[in-house]
Design a protein around this ligand. Sequence first.
Ligand code: SF4
Length: 459
Amino acid sequence: MSGLRVDLDLIQKYNVPGPRYTSYPPATRFAESFTPADAAAELEAARAARPPLSLYFHIPFCETLCWFCGCTTVITLNHQQGDTYVECLEREMRQARPHLATDAAAVQLHWGGGSPTFLNPDQIRTLGHAIRRHFAFAPDLEASVEVDPRRLSEDHVAALREAGFNRASLGVQDFDPEVQVAVHRLQPRDLTAQAIRWLRDAGFTSLNLDLIYGLPGQTVDSFARTLDAVLELRPDRLAVFSYAHVPWIKPSQKIFEKRMALPSPETKLQILKLVVERLTRDAGYTYIGMDHFALPTDELAVAQQHRTLQRNFQGYSTRGGTQICAFGMSAISQTDAAYWQNLKALPEYYAAVNAGHLPVARGCRVHRDDQIRRATIMEVMCNLGLDYAALSRRFHIPFQEYFARELAGLDDLESDGLLTRSEAGMTITDLGRLLVRNIAMRFDAYLPATQERRFSRTI
Ligand code: SF4
């Protein structure tokens, strides 16, 4: 791919609310009728297949709130809370472990948040040891951690390496000092550069930077300067998210409406055009899909070339067919046949774990039609096309008959140049990469009932 051209009229046409497809069915379908006993039964049912494990740990704490934040967080300056939380995570692992195959090994480990680096180096080491006591790691473990450069020391980096991490994702959002003031996240560029140096020197092999466009105070020019500064750091991956303004879900975002205007939808689209064209044409990054870019040598880009890319709650991943065992407040677990989410408030989460229960709040079963649609949507989102024969074999169905209505309904997307179709399959064009969510939505059986307001726009 030699750089993408962004057609803003087309983007505008398809800019409708839609799921991000980190799961299917989407998390909006999870219900409280799914109980801890259901989760235990699903773990037992999955056990015989001995799927490789993907371990996720949610560390919810942050010292200060970034006003744009959409994550599930606990804001506190009390770092002793980390001790209680790490103890509870170990207890939760102990409760889940008997439900998993004894020889199941982890191929993927991820700490997200909140801010995992809110934990001090001793707490990181304690949690790292606890995880190794309960789980074996595969030799090619992909272990990634979200890092807040503002809360990082060289000892944190050493502790993270000891815990097995070899990849890191750093929150940046924007380097412009005025934007940083507007969003309540002060993070001088030198601090980020220093964090990157420490991580690289310690042997981290793939570094991702997160940026957000659509924040108050941003202009096309200001974001161009941020991109220049980011590219000097040459991260292996970049995630450039569209700011989702959902104050009815995240009340802290209301502050933007009082203090500083958000960029207009037109400016946001111009920034998106700048990002995609700059990164793919001038800077040599591959556009993976959704918000993600990677150097062609990065394993994410290589996996996409080999059609082995996957997508889950942590975003794009190179490890497929895993069972996600998620620990901590609000964390989401996944087996082939179900999803469930832990309790979203710290006191309730602690109470459930201390009472010896799996701390499950809600979930949903994934029925056979869901499984077929999930695989189809993931092929669209990750591998940018559908191979009808391969999907027919995988699910023992005549794929084209099964999806006859959906496939016949792709005419508008094809005539707009987003995809091409043949007898053998469907291929998403370079133009269509920007709109993979819209293409995936055509295979979503739940969408007509759930589309409004609960989802952010596709761009
Ligand atoms: S550090 Fe990350 S998780 Fe914490 S408030 Fe800021 S954006 Fe949200």
